[in-house]
Design a binder for this molecule. Structure first.
Ligand SMILES: [Cu+2]
Length: 120
């Protein structure tokens, strides 16, 4: 009779351990809320544009990593999906005066760009 009790205890401990592993896994899923996207930046002309676009993207709360490529005319952006989204990032870029994906630049911001940053 005693060994049966012990078996039950062992089973209870194993079950508890498995539960804790599951809880830990759930936790790590909560932490991993990063998403990486590519945004087309077809109106960029020079290094100054790269700087401005990089600053604009970085100004969005929740953005974790930005890499703007002038040759490829695109940006790779990693952000926390709890804090921001693609739409907000695209909006920040257009408000800085640049086209982003299919969204055109804010006209006033574009007009205020340095002449070398305007489309030829
Ligand atoms: Cu420029």
């Amino acid at each position: 009779m005693k060994s049966k009790k012990n078996n039950l205890l062992v089973l209870a401990i194993i079950t508890l351990a498995m539960l804790m592993i599951n809880i830990n896994n759930a936790d790590s899923k909560v932490i991993q809320k990063s998403k990486t996207i590519t945004i087309e930046l077809n109106s960029m002309q020079c290094d100054m544009c790269v700087e401005k676009v990089t600053d604009a993207i970085n100004s969005v709360e929740g953005v974790e990593k930005v890499s703007v490529d002038l040759d490829k005319k695109s940006a790779i952006v990693t952000y926390n999906t709890d804090l921001t989204n693609k739409k907000a990032i695209v909006k920040a870029i257009t408000l800085a005066g640049y086209d982003a994906n299919k969204s055109p630049a804010d006209k006033e911001a574009y007009d205020n760009l340095n002449p070398c940053c305007k489309k030829p």
